[in-house]
Design a protein. Structure first.
Ligand SMILES: NC(=O)c1ccc[n+]([C@@H]2O[C@H](COP(=O)([O-])OP(=O)(O)OC[C@H]3O[C@@H](n4cnc5c(N)ncnc54)[C@H](O)[C@@H]3O)[C@@H](O)[C@H]2O)c1
Ligand SMILES: [Zn+2]
Length: 340
């Protein structure tokens, strides 16, 4: 079992879950386990193991995907925690994809002004991205607009379980893993560029998490370098909201667009490698049937826009991200690269 540490978070990566699953904590007697439909069996297994250790558990089923990230769902979970008697010394465990850890982390960070959060990510995207870095959130008035920074005490990743995921979930997570390589790990890029979906998942998870923990450790509250994690996400998010694309698919298109803008403005020489690798991973590199004006309107609301206009993360070379302003013509050229 490999261990990385970020802030107060131990990230444990291995075949199977660690035993005991939870870090030592005096006074803990109750554990609420939040989950979504697909990984419910994993949550029940965890519940059984914790009960054998003498803890009292409550498994709380959430709706699937973004439907769990609402104030109504948070409120219904608070009701259950209240009936269950979850106290300051107790623990909330989130078992599932990024939507469970976003909602579960938010509930943990706000219940009684904050109780211990432990995350067991069961998707590749959750493992390499959503569970790491302490951002939690729900969708109120817009995606992730309400949330708290709340670091889990432990993130436990079972690589054997992740390996068994359906391929569309692996592709989605590979999109973010490739992004991690592009902004901070050229060796990870080389591996994924040559081995595609055959790239060893343990290696991918460790290295992608390595990039994220390094960046988050240097800028926990996103005042500087942490913005680099948004490579591919400016245009990606706009495409995601304007379509039914998954997050990983939208980020793939966003990375193709950002790579084109990077070639044009910074002389980035690996645009073809980015496009070719994403395509070989089975991720989209062009899109049809979307309304360009709608996408441009969404870009006008981007959080990284300032008085001087839209800012995007670009690459001067693999492993060298830069946050800079882009012109309307640059954005046009980026969108043209994905078929607009
Ligand atoms: N907080 C952060 O830093 C951060 C970073 C990236 C993404 N996110 C959030 O993460 C979410 C996306 O993550 P995701 O794709 O993991 O989300 P998700 O929770 O929506 O999961 C995607 C799908 O995987 C299924 N699934 C989960 N475990 C499974 C298993 N063991 N077997 C089969 N299917 C399984 C789920 O049921 C769901 O249908 C978004 O809400 C996004 O905003 C947060
Ligand atoms: Zn993302």
């Amino acid at each position: 079992m490999e261990q990385l540490t970020l802030h107060q978070t131990e990230v444990l990566i291995g075949e199977g879950l660690p035993d005991p699953l939870l870090p030592d904590r005096p006074g803990r007697s109750r554990v609420a386990i939040l989950t979504q439909p697909a990984p419910t069996d994993i949550a029940l297994g965890i519940s059984g193991r914790l009960e054998l250790q003498g803890l009292t558990t409550e498994v709380i089923g959430l709706p699937d995907r973004e439907e769990s990230k609402t104030l109504e769902v948070a409120s219904s979970v608070y009701d259950v925690l209240s009936r269950f008697g979850l106290a300051r010394t107790d623990t909330v465990v989130s078992v599932g994809g990024g939507s469970v850890s976003d909602l579960g982390g938010f509930v943990a960070g706000t219940w009684m002004r904050g109780v211990e959060s432990v995350v067991v990510p069961t998707t590749l995207l959750g493992a390499v991205d959503a569970s790491i870095g302490g951002k939690t959130g729900i969708n109120v008035a817009g995606k992730n607009l309400v949330g708290v920074f709340w670091h889990p005490s432990r993130v436990a990743i079972d690589t054997a379980q992740i390996r068994k995921l359906p391929s569309f979930l692996i592709r989605d997570g590979m999109s973010e893993s490739f992004k991690a390589g592009l902004i901070g790990d050229p060796e990870l890029v080389d591996r994924i560029a040559s081995e595609h979906l055959d790239t060893d998942l343990d290696f991918t998870i460790r290295r992608a998490i390595g990039v994220k923990t390094r960046i988050v450790a240097s800028d926990a509250l996103e005042v500087g370098e942490r913005a680099h994690l948004n490579f591919g996400h400016t245009i990606g998010h706009a495409l995601e909201y304007a379509s039914t694309l998954t997050h990983g698919q939208a980020v793939s298109l966003g990375m193709v667009a950002a790579s084109r803008i990077s070639s044009k403005t910074l002389g980035f020489s690996s645009e073809d490698l980015v496009r070719g690798t994403l395509s070989a991973l089975g991720l989209p590199v062009t899109v049809e049937g979307l309304n360009k004006d709608r996408v441009l309107n969404l870009l006008r609301r981007d959080k990284k826009r300032d008085a001087e206009g839209l800012r995007m993360v670009l690459l001067s070379e693999v492993g060298r991200p830069v946050l800079q302003h882009v012109s309307a013509e640059d954005v046009d050229e980026g969108l043209a690269a994905v078929g607009f």
